[in-house]
Design a protein around this ligand. Structure first.
Ligand code: KMB
Ligand code: ZN
Length: 373
C-alpha cells in the first residue's frame, strides 16, 4: 500500500496547471495547495481547531528544530508528531539540511553528512541522510523529505554540479534507510541551481531513484523572480505527471500563481505567519502595515473583501492598537487573516483551474494586488 497516492483530476487547457488529490494516511489533500509552516510543532499562535477553521489541510514541521528540541525520541514516546501536537490531518516534515545551512552554525559538509553547532546552545551535532530519515521516521509525518543540500545563490557551476551529485547519493541513502515506506512517503528533491543542464541532470538522477513525489529545491533563495520562473519553466515539466510536485519554501501570491501555472501542486512558506507577527498583512489590494499611524482611526476591516474571523470582527484601528500595545492577540488576528488569505487564494485558484479561467483570474488578481499597473 502506497503511503501517498496522487490522483490527477484535471489538466488545464490553457497552461500546465492541474487539479489533483493527494491521498495520505491522515486524509485527502486537494491540490494545488498552500501548506502552513509549523516549525516547532506549532503553527505560531494558532490552535489546530483554528487551523481547520480557516481551511488548512496539511501543515509542515521541521526535523532540525524538533531534533534539537524536544528531541525526536521524546516525540516518538509521545506517540508521534500528530499525537504530540494534537493534529490529526496530514503533516510534512523537511529533512533538516536546509535549516542547518540557514540556521545552524555549519561546521563542515562531507560525503557522510553535515556537522554543525546548535543555534540554541552551540552544542556540536552531526546529521547524515540516515540520521535525517531516523528522525523523520520517529516524528511520523505522512510526507518526509530526502536529505539534500540547497546551494547558496549565487553558486558557481562546478560547486552546483558537485553538490547535486552528492544530493543524489544522499537521496539513495535516504531511500535505503527509510523504515516505513508504506505509511510515510519519502519525496526526492531536485537541485541544480540556476543551470538548465544541471537541473536536467538532477531531475533525471532523482527520478531514476523512483519516489512517490518530487520537490524542486534550491529556488527562492535570493535569485530574481524572472530566473526562478525560467528554472521552473524547464524543470517542472521534467517531473512525472502522475506524481505530486512540491516547490519548497515558496509562497508569496505571485509565486503561487506562477508556480501553479507551471505545474506545481504544493507550496509552503513562513512568509504569511512571519510578517503577520510584525504587523504586515496581505490584502486583495497588496500588503498593508497595520501598525502604521495612518490606520489609527481606520475602523474598516484589514481587508473589506475578506470574510475571515479577524476581518468579520475587528478593525484596523483595533488591531493597530494591539500591535502598539504589544498584545499577543495582535499576532493571532494578523496570522489568522494572512493564512486565511493564502488558503482562500489557493481555493480560488483551484476553482479557476476547474473553470478554465486561471490566466484571466491571475490578471484580475495582479491588477487589484498592484503587481501590474
Ligand atoms: N525556498 C528555499 C528552500 C526552503 C526549504 C525549506 S521548505 C520547509 C520549511 C519548513 C518546513 C518544511 C519545509 C528547502 N528545504 C530543502 N530540504 N531543500 C531546499 O532546497 C529548500 C529550499
Ligand atoms: Zn481577513
Amino acid at each position: 500500500m502506497m503511503a501517498v497516492k496522487y490522483e490527477l483530476i484535471k489538466k488545464s487547457n490553457e497552461c500546465n496547471a492541474r487539479l489533483g488529490r493527494l491521498h495520505t494516511p491522515h486524509g485527502i489533500v486537494e491540490t494545488p495547495i498552500f501548506m502552513p509552516v509549523g516549525t516547532k510543532a506549532t503553527v505560531k499562535t494558532m490552535t489546530p481547531e483554528e487551523l481547520k477553521e480557516i481551511g488548512a489541510q496539511i501543515i509542515l514541521s521541521n526535523t532540525y528544530h524538533l531534533y534539537l528540541r524536544p528531541g525526536h525520541d521524546l516525540v516518538e514516546e509521545a506517540g508521534g508528531l500528530h499525537k504530540f501536537m494534537n493534529w490529526d490531518k496530514p503533516i510534512l516534515t523537511d529533512s533538516g539540511g536546509f535549516q542547518v545551512f540557514s540556521l545552524g552554525d555549519l561546521r563542515k559538509i562531507t560525503e557522510e553528512g553535515v556537522e554543525f553547532r546548535s543555534h540554541l546552545d552551540g552544542s556540536k551535532h552531526f546529521i547524515s541522510p540516515e540520521k535525517s530519515i531516523e528522525i523523520q521516521n520517529s516524528l511520523g509525518a505522512d510526507i518526509i523529505m530526502a536529505f539534500d543540500e540547497c546551494p547558496p545563490y549565487p553558486s558557481d557551476r562546478d560547486y552546483v554540479k558537485k553538490s547535486l551529485e552528492r544530493t543524489t547519493r544522499w537521496a539513495k541513502r535516504c531511500k535505503d534507510a527509510h523504515k516505513n515506506p508504506e505509511t510515510q512517503a519519502l519525496f526526492g528533491i531536485v537541485q541544480g541551481g540556476m543551470y538548465k543542464d544541471l537541473r536536467e541532470q538532477s531531475a533525471k538522477e532523482i527520478i531514476d531513484l523512483d519516489f512517490p513525489g518530487y520537490a524542486i529545491g534550491g529556488l527562492s533563495v535570493g535569485e530574481p523572480k524572472e530566473i526562478m520562473y525560467e528554472v521552473l519553466d524547464y524543470t517542472a515539466p521534467l517531473l512525472p505527471e502522475d506524481k505530486p510536485r512540491y516547490l519548497m519554501g515558496v509562497g508569496s501570491p505571485n509565486y503561487l500563481f506562477e508556480g501553479v501555472i507551471r505545474g506545481i501542486d504544493m507550496f509552503d512558506c513562513v512568509l504569511p505567519t512571519r510578517i503577520a507577527r510584525n504587523g504586515t498583512v496581505l490584502t486583495s489590494h497588496g500588503r498593508l502595515v497595520v501598525r502604521n499611524a495612518e490606520y489609527a482611526r481606520d475602523f474598516s476591516p484589514l481587508d473589506p473583501e475578506c470574510d475571515c474571523y479577524a476581518c468579520k470582527n475587528y478593525t484596523r484601528a483595533y488591531i493597530r492598537h494591539l500591535f502598539k500595545a504589544n498584545e499577543i492577540l495582535a499576532a493571532r488576528l494578523a496570522t489568522i487573516h494572512n493564512l486565511y488569505f493564502l488558503l482562500k487564494l489557493m481555493e480560488n485558484i483551484r476553482k479557476a483551474i476547474k473553470e478554465d479561467r486561471l490566466l484571466e483570474y491571475r490578471e484580475e488578481f495582479y491588477k487589484k494586488y498592484g503587481y501590474i499597473k
